[in-house]
Write a protein that binds this ligand. Sequence first.
Ligand SMILES: *[C@@H]1O[C@H](CO)[C@@H](O)[C@H](O)[C@H]1NC(C)=O
Ligand SMILES: *[C@@H]1O[C@H](CO)[C@@H](O)[C@H](O)[C@H]1NC(C)=O
Ligand SMILES: *[C@@H]1O[C@H](CO)[C@@H](O)[C@H](O)[C@H]1NC(C)=O
Ligand SMILES: *[C@@H]1O[C@H](CO)[C@@H](O)[C@H](O)[C@H]1NC(C)=O
Ligand SMILES: *[C@@H]1O[C@H](CO)[C@@H](O)[C@H](O)[C@H]1NC(C)=O
Ligand SMILES: *[C@@H]1O[C@H](CO)[C@@H](O)[C@H](O)[C@H]1NC(C)=O
Ligand SMILES: *[C@@H]1O[C@H](CO)[C@@H](O)[C@H](O)[C@H]1NC(C)=O
Length: 375
Amino acid sequence: MICPWSVAAAAVALLLLSPGENQMVRVSAQPTKTRCAAGVVDTCGDVGVPYPFGIDGGSCSFLPGFNLTCDRTKQPHRLFLGDGSHLQVTEISLANYTVRVLNGVGTVNFTFAGHNDSTAKWAGVGVGQDDGPYIVSEEHNQLVVTGCNIMASLLGNSGSNVIIGCSSFCSITDWWGADPIVHSGAGGACSGLGCCDVNITIGRPSYDLQLRWLDWDHNYDDLLPIAVRIAERGWFDGMSTKLLRKNSRSAVPVPVVLEWAVASVHKPPTPVDVNSTCPKDPARSECRSSNSFCRNIANMYRSGYVCKCDDGYQGNPYLTGGCQDIDECSLPGKCFGECTNTPGNYSCRCPRGARGNPYTKDGCIKFPLVLDRGG
Ligand SMILES: *[C@@H]1O[C@H](CO)[C@@H](O)[C@H](O)[C@H]1NC(C)=O
Ligand SMILES: *[C@@H]1O[C@H](CO)[C@@H](O)[C@H](O)[C@H]1NC(C)=O
Ligand SMILES: *[C@@H]1O[C@H](CO)[C@@H](O)[C@H](O)[C@H]1NC(C)=O
Ligand SMILES: *[C@@H]1O[C@H](CO)[C@@H](O)[C@H](O)[C@H]1NC(C)=O
Ligand SMILES: *[C@@H]1O[C@H](CO)[C@@H](O)[C@H](O)[C@H]1NC(C)=O
Ligand SMILES: *[C@@H]1O[C@H](CO)[C@@H](O)[C@H](O)[C@H]1NC(C)=O
Ligand SMILES: *[C@@H]1O[C@H](CO)[C@@H](O)[C@H](O)[C@H]1NC(C)=O
């Protein structure tokens, strides 16, 4: 296993230790921040901020659009997207190119537009850029609606392009005095009564929303808080018994998973070939580590790229020497025989004098035993 970054780190250390060099650096390079070496990250609270992310005012640099803000006025410190939006960052994943955020506002804020309709905006990633790195992940989020006899639709920003929507009903008897039927399904999942949810089919940085009352008399508006949320899939199931109540608080923080990409541009989808947004010239690619590769990222809204470590490697592909060999032999359950780690892989054999399956517990059987059985 070779660690090229340790060489780089040694060079940096030398530079720092040599007083002459240090002065030269101070004179020539003013506060220009550099990419921190692999393994060095700024943190905010308990969230690590690996490159291409960086904290504005932190010690490591960041790619354009990947700046975060650390609010150190409260304990514990809290990390926010961009210049300090309403989205609090709780987790950054390089391998999954996602960030998990907590939307402090939670529900969208509707303004009435006539008797039966209302519109709103999911201000979303709050950084207000079509070409920013982030979109709402299609894979991880849902539109979740609570309320009686309403239909909510998610729109793109041009107003008339409906993306997806769902309707929530409360079954009301002819005897209006009785409570309507509102309950969630098995495991807290939405049953269509009092709530509805649907997968978000186009990930965007923001959305317009439309709400339409199916009961024009608005008889049951007070029975359940009307709330429209974009939430991480599964979140509502755990919250439904709390939220499907007459006086439940609507302003609960909601987790949302955003997907990010480098060099993200808002453009109509094309038949994208695998590498179309990966820089042709490797010198211009943000994938700086050896044992890393570039992957094109595209959806209906935008395209860009991300970097990944090769199989058998892990770490930060955006930094020189960031992808490190995984020592599979030190991982439990990988090998029950004689294990040898190799760059990017490992080999696993039964010990000399035994054969069988070294990948399962007690899978290797000693030779004489096999012979005994045979004879
Ligand atoms: C941080 O990001 C925002 C957009 O999210 C941008 O307007 C601002 O200029 C960025 N700040 C820095 C220091 O890059
Ligand atoms: C990355 O994705 C995998 C597979 O979906 C998941 O098991 C893992 O928890 C994710 N990691 C992070 C940090 O989000
Ligand atoms: C909702 O919007 C109204 C009108 O624009 C505004 O007065 C109110 O403060 C907003 N509420 C929230 C919680 O943002
Ligand atoms: C929503 O998406 C998830 C993950 O892609 C999938 O497993 C699930 O079946 C989808 N649900 C519906 C109703 O399509
Ligand atoms: C809106 O509600 C009124 C009842 O107040 C009803 O007469 C009207 O037809 C509704 N309009 C639409 C467009 O649904
Ligand atoms: C995509 O890029 C990777 C790494 O640069 C390269 O190995 C691969 O051959 C490319 N694939 C195509 C279809 O060009
Ligand atoms: C690791 O080695 C095994 C067995 O030689 C091989 O099948 C597998 O493709 C290798 N994996 C990688 C990532 O090279």
